[in-house]
Ligand binder design. Structure first.
Ligand code: ZN
Ligand code: ZN
Length: 88
């Protein structure tokens, strides 16, 4: 079955990473059923990181630095082949 990858950060927060599609998707499998697998991430999540930066240096956060560091998130994700099947 398909499942979802989640990032588990050192701060304890969990963030969505990507959907892992199995071979049976479309023929018996209806996509992720809530099963989650976790990737341990060293360091805090983006929110906590931004909050830390904000405390240390409020001026550096306002430019929207959260976009950076989010690498590989779009590969194989929801926008890929339209086979996600989430909408009815
Ligand atoms: Zn599947
Ligand atoms: Zn966090």
């Amino acid at each position: 079955m398909c499942f979802e990858w989640k990032n588990r950060f050192a701060c304890g927060h969990v963030g969505f990473k990507q959907v892992e599609r199995c071979a049976a998707l479309g023929s018996g499998c209806f996509g992720p059923d809530g099963t989650e697998r976790f990737v341990e991430v060293e360091g805090p999540c983006y929110d906590c990181k931004a909050r830390l930066l904000e405390v240390l240096d409020p001026m550096s956060v306002t430019a929207g630095g959260r976009e950076k560091g989010d690498s590989g998130g779009k590969r194989g994700g929801i926008g890929g082949g339209g086979g996600f099947g989430g909408r009815r």
